[in-house]
Write a protein that binds this ligand. Structure first.
Ligand SMILES: CC(C)(COP(=O)(O)OP(=O)(O)OC[C@H]1O[C@@H](n2cnc3c(N)ncnc32)[C@H](O)[C@@H]1OP(=O)(O)O)[C@@H](O)C(=O)NCCC(=O)NCCS
Length: 192
């Protein structure tokens, strides 16, 4: 039986999502967000983002236990619109991330984030932005994005919940500005 955290952590695999995974990803994301927030906009958001020309299939990741998809994380390209004369900067947004309710708190989110950050760095991306729980993401190295004068485009975000990480030294140097999320995110943000 694979009931304890250590057993599951050992057999969990993180890999690139395939088309065959789409129904399972929808099921997992819907269940996770409905449990956490009582509603789910994110599973539809993922379907829409996959149609966007800048979607990076290598950065849409699933966590699997055996043949079952139990988690998903998406790293999606975003622009940090410069607030001065400098050119805009490119980054990635980590969102959404979800783990099936029965598999939460077993280190699966951690594996998705750590492996996603590693793949993103290998692909040459310089930074990742996340809007999320201030007690969770700092353990992976995320810090308040305000440290680099990087701001969200929407209001009402506590400073410590809007975070960023450099994937290489200086990855956010001279990147001050406002993160422009693709318009597909708007509906999900309005629902928050
Ligand atoms: C957030 C989420 C992806 C974490 O995945 P996970 O596999 O459970 O995370 P891990 O096992 O790696 O880490 C567990 C730790 O995360 C933290 N954590 C998990 N859910 C949390 C929450 N809602 N609030 C604050 N911290 C949370 C806890 O510190 C927990 O540690 P503990 O078990 O020692 O208390 C998962 O809980 C989830 O799917 N939540 C619903 C969807 C969501 O909120 N996504 C994030 C916004 S896009």
């Amino acid at each position: 039986m694979l009931n304890n955290k250590e057993d599951i952590y050992l057999i969990i695999k993180v890999r690139k999502e395939t088309r065959d995974d789409y129904p399972d990803v929808k099921r997992v994301v819907k269940a996770a967000f409905e449990k956490e927030f009582g509603k789910d906009k994110e599973s539809t958001l993922i379907e829409r983002l996959r149609q966007n020309a800048v979607f990076i299939p290598d950065l849409s990741l699933v966590a699997v236990v055996g043949d079952s998809v139990v988690g998903h994380a998406l790293f999606f390209p975003v622009v940090i619109r410069s607030d001065c004369e400098r050119p805009d900067a490119l980054s990635l947004s980590l969102a959404p991330i979800a783990v099936a309710p029965d598999f939460q708190r077993k280190g699966i989110g951690k594996r998705l984030i750590e492996e996603g950050l590693s793949i993103a760095a290998t692909l040459g991306h310089k930074s990742v932005i996340v809007f999320g729980h201030p007690s969770y993401y700092p353990r992976f190295g995320f810090k308040p994005a305000g440290n680099w004068h990087v701001k969200p485009s929407f209001s009402g975000v506590p400073d410590n919940a809007f975070m960023a990480i450099e994937l290489l030294a200086g990855g956010l140097t001279d990147s001050s500005g406002t993160v422009q999320l693709p318009e597909e995110f708007n509906e999900a943000i309005e629902a928050m």
